[in-house]
Design a protein around this ligand. Structure first.
Ligand code: TXA
Ligand code: MG
Length: 314
């Protein structure tokens, strides 16, 4: 699996690969994405195959500029306001699909909406500009597993089908984008992420939380309960490790094997989350016990991922 530095030459090569229907992994500010041409059914099908992802779970379409989105989806004033303020950034908007949208129906799982975002990472932006077309990119990990925040994580999880992995160093945010559905009258939070609900509510007013019955249903098929899961069992709200467990700390923590943020900083904890879950996922432990994380700001996204990591496996 070729991991290459994100030089100008390699970016040009990566853009050519994308235009010819191949898959390229690239860094974003949140996690590494597995990119393919969103307008090419075969490239999109290859993404689903590479991840082992159920085809009813739609992909996010990435662009470098808001101008390129007009042919794909319909913006209302709320979407324009959020885009203006938070793009490029870790925010994904679910918007009504235009009937003549060139995006593959497979990418949006046949829904009448499309999820779109402009990532805030110089490598991602340079690649998207050079590719010159919408790029579908889920997190670059096998479906259900821990998301990748380094190029090495991508190579460890996905084998074969990738033409290139662009290395842009560790992802600074560390949890995926916030997904907000603007297709209805009331904005609905489908996935907590890098932009906090508090921040969005200050801009939009009250935001509904997706109902449990929507999650896994047609509204947001991707929100299956077991996800982000290491091989070991995960136990939440732990105060101390049980025999054999590795303790993942937050704040002052005696006996922690690793610590998400010794000073109790949620931004630092989010950036460390997936890499530390991977590092502790070793057969010499019986499980990973995670200390409590406050549920505000980025803590909401961290706890969402941890709850799914701890959920009963299928
Ligand atoms: O930070 C991120 O968003 C990363 C980077 C690579 O951009 N991407 C990412 O993609 O997390 P993925 O495929 O792992 O998660 C996309 C989420 C899924 O939960 C999916 O169900 C939801 O977005 N989604 C995509 N399109 C949707 C749509 N039309 N309606 C509702 N939910 C949608
Ligand atoms: Mg994912």
């Amino acid at each position: 699996m070729p991991i290459v530095p994100a030089t100008t030459t390699n970016l040009q090569q990566a853009a050519r690969l994308l235009r010819s229907g191949q898959l390229v992994a690239f860094p974003t500010e949140t996690v590494y994405g597995l990119g393919g041409d969103a307008t090419d059914d075969r490239a999109v099908a290859a993404i689903f195959a590479a991840k082992g992802r159920p085809s009813f779970n739609p992909l996010i379409v990435h662009l470098a500029e808001i101008g390129g989105m007009a042919p794909l989806v319909a913006f209302d004033s709320r979407a324009e306001r959020l885009a203006e303020r938070y793009w490029p950034g870790p925010l994904t908007l679910v918007l009504p699909r235009r009937t003549d949208s060139p995006v593959s129906l497979l990418a949006s799982a046949g829904l009448d909406s499309i999820a779109v975002r402009i990532p805030a990472h110089p490598v991602a932006l340079a690649l998207l500009r050079a590719a010159g077309r919408p790029i579908a990119a889920p997190s670059a990990n096998p479906s259900g597993c821990v998301s990748p925040t380094t190029a090495r994580h991508v190579a460890d999880g996905l084998t074969g089908t990738l033409a290139m992995i662009l290395d842009g160093g560790p992802c600074p945010v560390g949890v995926e984008s916030t997904v907000i559905d603007l297709t209805g009258d009331v904005p609905t939070l489908l996935r907590p992420g890098g932009i906090t609900r508090e921040t969005l509510e200050a801009e939009l007013g009250p935001i509904a939380l997706a109902k449990a019955s929507d999650l896994g249903g047609p509204r947001s098929p991707g929100m299956l309960s077991s996800h982000y899961a290491p091989a070991l069992p995960v136990r939440l709200d732990a105060r101390s490790p049980r025999p054999g467990e590795a303790l993942l700390g937050f704040g002052p923590a005696d006996g922690a094997e690793m610590n998400l943020s010794p000073r109790g900083d949620l931004t630092e904890a989010a950036a460390n989350l997936f890499a530390m879950l991977r590092a502790l996922d070793q057969p010499r432990y019986s499980g990973i016990a995670v200390m409590p994380i406050p549920d505000h700001d980025l803590g909401a996204a961290i706890n969402d991922r941890l709850r799914r990591a701890a959920a009963p496996r299928a």
